[in-house]
Design a protein around this ligand. Structure first.
Ligand SMILES: *Cc1c(COP(=O)(O)O)cnc(C)c1O
Length: 248
């Protein structure tokens, strides 16, 4: 769910069904996104999300969650989170007269969410719906103001809701625009200058003969502008004016 827009789950799910695959969705940037009002879990067996501070629902350190509607999977994830402890599905035909965390059924992790991070998230979750609305209002203003000045603004397909984890445009002279905005005191970012399939760490994996032409074109053109739920209109207008004033 890159940049907050839901992936095309109906299309991906059809491929999974055809080949008997499980669908695990990387929703690290997508918490709160929907398709026709439906959460990605309508299609995915599991979604993962991140509460890293830069994400739409950020805590004050590291955190994350795994979501599923499947009760048995939820138990297994709970087990893996705490060193592979025994959970109800493991104890169906067993007796263990001690705390089940002392019976290790599988190799797990120490992946508990810190209480302090949970306390932050509980409060932020209460206003998260409101924040998504604000972000959508800000994104709509950006789209309207920037559309005539850039190669593409991020339009969201009808029926989809983005949480606007990032607001990312395309520009033919992306690096020129970045330098211009920097001189104007406006921070920007390029996510991700090298896509996964071109990373050295993945070089030994097979790759289609054409590579990934859409990704490889976009990696030269995308640039993300400041986006957060309390970006005020005056600041936003200054950013839009700065982009409009750039002559490639
Ligand atoms: C941030 C991010 C991750 C990694 O999340 P962690 O904070 O390391 O758990 C994975 N995938 C995407 C798309 C991300 O944006």
């Amino acid at each position: 769910d890159l940049f907050g827009q839901p992936a095309d789950y109906p299309a991906i799910k059809a491929i999974c069904d055809k080949h008997g695959l499980k669908l695990i969705s990387d929703s690290a940037q997508g918490f709160g996104c929907t398709i026709d009002g439906e959460h990605p879990l309508k299609w995915a067996d599991i979604t993962t999300t991140s509460f890293f501070p830069a994400k739409p629902l950020g805590c004050y350190g590291d955190g994350g969650a795994v979501l599923t509607n499947d009760d048995e999977l939820a138990q297994l994830i709970d087990s893996i989170r705490v060193h592979g402890k025994a959970v109800a599905v493991d104890l169906k035909d067993k007796t263990f007269d001690h705390d089940p965390k002392y019976l290790n059924m599988r190799i797990g992790l120490n992946s508990r969410l810190d209480t302090i991070q949970a306390a932050v998230l509980i409060e932020k979750l209460k206003v998260f719906g409101q924040e998504i609305e604000w972000r959508n209002r800000i994104a709509a203003r950006y789209n309207e103001g920037l559309r005539p000045h850039v190669a593409a603004v991020p339009d969201v397909p009808t029926g989809n809701v983005s949480n606007w984890a990032q607001y990312t445009i395309e520009h033919e002279d992306r690096d020129g625009l970045a330098a211009h905005l920097k001189a104007e005191g406006i921070p920007t970012a390029v996510y991700y200058p090298i896509p996964l399939h071109l990373q050295p760490a993945y070089a030994h994996y097979p790759r289609g003969p054409q590579g990934l032409p859409v990704t490889e074109r976009l990696m030269e053109r995308v640039i993300s502008l400041p986006m957060h739920s309390d970006l005020d209109e005056a600041t936003q207008d200054r950013i839009i004016a700065a982009v409009a004033s750039f002559k490639a």
